[in-house]
Structures are given as C-alpha cells and as structure tokens.
Design a protein around this ligand. Structure first.
Ligand code: NAD
Ligand code: TYD
Length: 335
C-alpha cells in the first residue's frame, strides 16, 4: 500500500507510522503535517531515514499541497486535527479550519483520484453519558457534541459519510476513546500528570474529578486502524474502546501518584471545564464481531509502562514543555 498519513508528527499519527512501517515493511508512507505546536518530528526518530517514508510539511487546508501529497497514493489515513478540548474553548477558529475545512479539502482530493479514505475520529462526538449508568455509545448513537473540538470532529464525520453516500467514495470511520501512551503531548491528562510529578508540580483536576473516560492504549488504536484498513466494510463506522473498568479522573491521577511514590497532596482541584462531559464508554462489539478487534493492552499494566516511558524519555518531554522541540526540525529540515 501507499499511504498518505495526515498529522503523522502528532501523538497517535507518529505511533501509527512506527507501527505501520514495522508491520508492513514493503509499504510506503507519506506523512503530511503542518507541524503545529502538537507536531513533533522527534516522535519519528528512527523512521526519517527509511526509504519507504517521506515527510511533507504542509497544511491540509491548502488544496495545492494536499493534491501534491496525494499523488500516487492509494489510501489516506486522516489523523490531522486540532485535538485539545481546552484549546478549542479558548480559540475555536483553528478547529473549524483544520478539522472541518481541512477534512473537506482532503475528501475533494480523494474524490478526484478515488482514494480509499480512513477518517480517525473520537467518541466525544456523542456527547456525555450519565454517571452511574451502564449505558454505552454505539455506532447508531445520535451525535450530541459539547465542545467546539467535538463539534468540529462531528462535522468532519458527517462530511466523510456524505462523500460515501453522494460520491461513492470508499471511506471508513473509527471513533475511539481517550488514548494514552508514548509521545502524547503533555497538555493531556495522563502525560501532564506524570511530567508534573517528575517536576514536583501539582496535578490540576477539573471540578470534582469524578468524570469517567474509556482509556485506550495507543497501540490498540493502531491495531484497530490496521484491521479496518485490511478488513473493514467500506462505508462503515467502527467504535474502538479500551478494556478498563470505569475509572474516574481522580482515580487515574491517584493511581499515577501511587505508582510514582508520591502522595495525594499533589492533587489540586481546579474550576470546572465549561461543557465538561461526565462520562464516556464505548460498545466496541461491532469491531470485535466484524474485525476480530480486542484491546490487548490493559490499563493496569500499560499505565505503568507509560510512566516508565516518560521517566526514560525526560529529554523528549522537557524539550516539548520548554518549546525546544520546535528548533529540532528547523535544524534538521530547515522548515
Ligand atoms: P495531536 O494533537 O497530538 O496531533 C495532531 C497532528 O496534526 C500534529 O502533528 C499537528 O501538527 C497536525 N496538524 C494539525 N493541524 C494541521 C493542519 N492544518 N495540517 C496538517 N497537519 C496538521 O493529536 P492526536 O492526539 O494524535 O490525535 C490524532 C487524531 O485522533 C485527531 O483527529 C483526534 O481528533 C483523534 N482522536 C484522538 C484521541 C486522543 O485521545 N488523543 C482520541 C480519539 C480520537
Ligand atoms: P484530556 O486529556 O484533555 O482529554 P479529553 O478532554 O479529550 O477527554 O482530559 C481527560 C479528562 O481529564 C477530562 O475529563 C478532563 C480532565 N482533565 C483534568 O481534570 N485536568 C487537566 O489538567 C486536564 C488536561 C484534563
């Protein structure tokens, strides 16, 4: 296969590129990434010299850039997005541009060349579930997004589905739960908690901390996308979730604190996030039945491995937190 991966310098996209080139050594990957604050070419160390890998710095909102990047490609895996809810509350505009307009531009390029299009989306499009219930999101759950981030992702999902129904574009969509693992930008809860503790800083927990997320180890996500690309039914959406029992934010933070030998005085309850969704939980039985998907990395074990990864890669996240990582690609690539 010849893949165009968008947003491949971000957290999940870079894990996916490592995963794909390791497991499909004969394939070719083009990585199109704007290198926003969230894009970091240091996430791709070891890959950049692979002759099957090409990096293009560019914006998915620009049709000329996208058309060029899509030349000779048979599959697009679309990760590029503004991905942080808190930023979308402060500055929604770039979310509308990248997540909605950018997806439209990619769809147009795919339509002209009839390229298979896999769209990476989120469970946040479904809104919030009640605490203390056993209700789960399903593929048919109506969309009800709460933040500018989730609303922009919802809009992009609708566009992708419409290109299948209207133009017969071969698409698939995955809506996944909260990922964690190596190379996650330390603005998200888990890497923020780990790196703050190493730095001796407190961990901010929003509101009462009883909000529940369905945690998914990033490699399970990569495997799920692989299954969808290889076996997924064209036109379909698959929900992909993790294997955790329901665990609240404050429990996640306490677990990290215990594993790192600190105490609960490191928790700082802060004011509530506006529009904060209470609970996410996914029913991934369709992906299990049709694709043989099953999360293989337990939260219990992989939260420990994730902590160890951040402890071993202090240089990586310190450069991210200080902003130095943006110098790296200027030096290496002159971009
Ligand atoms: P991220 O913020 O770590 O990375 C996003 C990447 O996209 C960065 O490399 C950035 O430079 C690039 N990018 C942003 N705007 C761009 C543009 N206009 N043109 C080209 N590149 C651009 O995000 P992530 O956590 O890796 O998420 C990847 C995808 O997965 C997103 O679509 C997100 O909505 C989805 N998702 C994420 C999670 C999660 O827990 N992180 C869960 C479900 C779905
Ligand atoms: P986050 O990692 O931002 O992912 P998302 O908002 O996409 O679910 O947040 C995960 C949960 O942790 C969410 O309920 C918000 C909460 N949170 C905090 O309590 N404190 C923080 O500093 C952050 C970043 C998140």
């Amino acid at each position: 296969m010849r893949l165009l991966v968008t947003g491949g310098a971000g957290f999940i996209g870079s894990n996916f590129i490592h995963y794909w080139l390791k497991n499909h050594a004969g394939d070719f990957v083009v990585n199109l990434d704007k290198l926003t604050y969230a894009g970091n070419l240091e996430n791709l160390t070891g890959v950049e010299k692979n002759p099957h890998y090409t990096f293009i710095k560019g914006d998915i909102v620009d049709p000329a850039v996208v058309e060029k990047a899509a030349n000779g490609v048979d599959t697009i895996v679309h990760f590029a997005a503004e991905s942080h809810v808190d930023r979308s509350i402060l500055e929604p505009e770039v979310f509308i541009l990248t997540n909605i307009v950018g997806t439209y531009v990619l769809l147009e390029a795919a339509r002209k060349k009839n390229i298979r299009f896999h769209h990476v989306s989120t469970d946040e499009v479904f809104g919030s579930l009640e605490l203390g219930t056993t209700e789960k999101f399903k593929e048919i759950t109506p969309y009800d997004p709460s933040s500018p981030y989730s609303a922009s992702k919802a809009a992009s999902d609708h566009l992708v589905r419409s290109y299948h129904r209207t133009y017969n574009l071969p698409i698939t969509i995955s809506n996944t739960s909260n990922n964690f693992g190596p190379y996650q930008f330390p603005e998200k809860l888990i890497p923020l908690a780990i790196t703050n503790l190493i730095e001796g800083k407190k961990i901010p927990v929003y509101g009462d901390g009883k909000h529940v997320r369905d945690w998914l180890y990033v490699i399970d996500h990569c495997r799920a996308i692989e299954l969808i690309l290889l076996k997924g039914v064209i036109g379909k959406t698959y929900l992909i979730g993790g294997s955790t029992e329901e665990i609240s934010n404050v429990e996640v933070v306490k677990k990290i604190i215990t594993l790192m030998g600190k105490d609960e005085s490191m928790i700082e309850f802060t004011k509530e996030r506006p529009g904060h969704d209470r609970r996410y939980s996914l029913d991934w039985s369709l992906a299990a039945k049709e694709l043989g998907y099953k999360p293989e990395h337990s939260f219990e074990e992989y939260i420990k491995k994730t902590i160890e990864w951040y402890q071993r890669h202090e240089d990586w996240w310190r450069r991210v937190k200080s902003g130095e990582y943006q110098e790296y690609y200027r030096e290496q690539y002159g971009v």
